[in-house]
Design a protein around this ligand. Structure first.
Ligand code: PLP
Length: 356
């Protein structure tokens, strides 16, 4: 399947080769290992002289189908599927950094990504500098001679801040640094960071890609050359995705476009309504003209996304009261489900951050 097909056509028609059963929808390959034809075949597979399945920690037809489709949708060459979004974030960093290296990251990040940068990587001598998304000029200043990666989220969780991917990828490329974009909030339907110049795209497929709150999964995508490093790391450290989840996610991608259209339509209406309420201090939604980066949102994103952030007048107590009074909307931390949720990052996912 080529990249110039329609998004929906790629999402629906990218499918593994049919078996002798001539199934219409892809079957599930729940097998840990695969057979070799003979000693020469086994040797060639292990030498990577030929492509083929050996063991599901390395590859599996269901995960390969999921990744092939996701690569086409993101406009890139290769990828690795992982057992969670965090496994993808971690792999996408440790595949490229060595002791003594440095990462520049946007400050507004998913809570566990923040923990990797501040608590885990420093154990191996990898340091970081945070930059505020609304001060992009600081990215260049933060770059050091040992900087190997710039890691960003756009839109960010939970602040819904945007970063100009084209601009930042030019800066990264100029300094020979890998730009890694966590594209979980936008999904490949709304934004394709690699087409805009980024080098690596990471996903938590747990969110909109699954879209039904069933599985944990992630992916790291990029050029063949870069993904070779990620695959080596994944193959030998084992954060592999279950083939059952790969099978589910490939089917989930078939409906990503229609789901995102509706998520965005609903979120936009909700954002417009919230903006009219006097109890609300501000609403942040990329496609609202009041968003400080509205012009960038229009340039970089196909639609505004499925998430709205807002702040109530009355501070943290007002936030807690609001959540305690919700009737149908679920109070939960996992976004991207069919069921609308509301969450309070200050008491949950981002509670480990300082008040500032
Ligand atoms: C949820 C999330 C992650 C982590 O993914 P898991 O699948 O929960 O491990 C990473 N980044 C962002 C932006 C997320 O929302």
């Amino acid at each position: 399947m080529s990249q110039d097909r329609h998004f929906e056509t790629i999402a629906i028609r990218t499918q593994m080769e049919r078996s002798a059963q001539k199934e219409h929808s892809a079957p599930l390959y729940l097998t840990s290992s695969f057979l070799f034809d003979d000693a020469e075949h086994a040797k060639a597979l292990f030498n990577e002289d030929i492509q083929g399945n050996i063991y599901s920690r390395y590859s599996n037809p269901n995960n390969d189908e999921f990744i092939e489709k996701l690569c086409l949708l993101e406009g890139t060459e290769d990828g690795v599927a992982t057992a969670s979004g965090m496994a993808a974030m971690f792999l996408s960093m440790v595949a490229f950094v060595r002791s003594g290296d440095h990462i520049v990251a946007s400050r507004s990040l998913f809570g566990s990504t923040h923990q990797i940068l501040t608590q885990i990587l420093p154990r191996w001598g990898v340091t970081h500098t945070y930059v505020d998304a609304d001060r992009p000029e600081d990215f260049e200043q933060a770059i050091q001679s040992n900087t190997k990666m710039i890691f960003i989220e756009t839109p960010s969780n939970p602040a819904i801040d945007l970063i100009d991917i084209t601009w930042l990828s030019e800066l990264a490329t100029k300094h020979d640094i890998i730009l890694n974009v966590d594209n979980c909030f936008a999904t490949p339907y709304l934004q394709n960071p690699i087409k805009l110049g980024a080098h690596i795209v990471t996903h938590s497929a747990t969110k909109f890609i699954d879209g039904q709150g069933r599985v944990l999964a992630g992916a790291v995508l990029g050029s063949k050359e870069l993904i070779k490093e990620v695959r080596f790391m994944a193959r030998h450290t084992g954060p592999s995705l279950s083939p059952f989840h790969g099978w589910l996610l490939s089917k989930s991608l078939e409906t990503l476009a229609v789901r995102m259209e509706r998520h965005c339509e609903n979120a936009f209406k909700l954002a417009q309504f919230l903006e009219t309420l006097p109890e609300i201090a501000y609403v942040k939604y990329p496609y609202l003209p009041s968003h400080p980066q509205y012009e960038l949102a229009k340039k970089q994103m196909r639609l505004g996304g499925g998430l709205v952030s807002f702040e109530l007048r009355g501070g943290i107590e007002a936030g807690r009261n609001f959540l305690n009074k919700l009737q149908m909307i679920s109070f939960s931390a996992n976004l991207g489900d069919t069921r609308t949720i509301a969450t309070h990052p200050a008491s949950t996912t981002h509670s480990k951050l300082t008040e500032e």
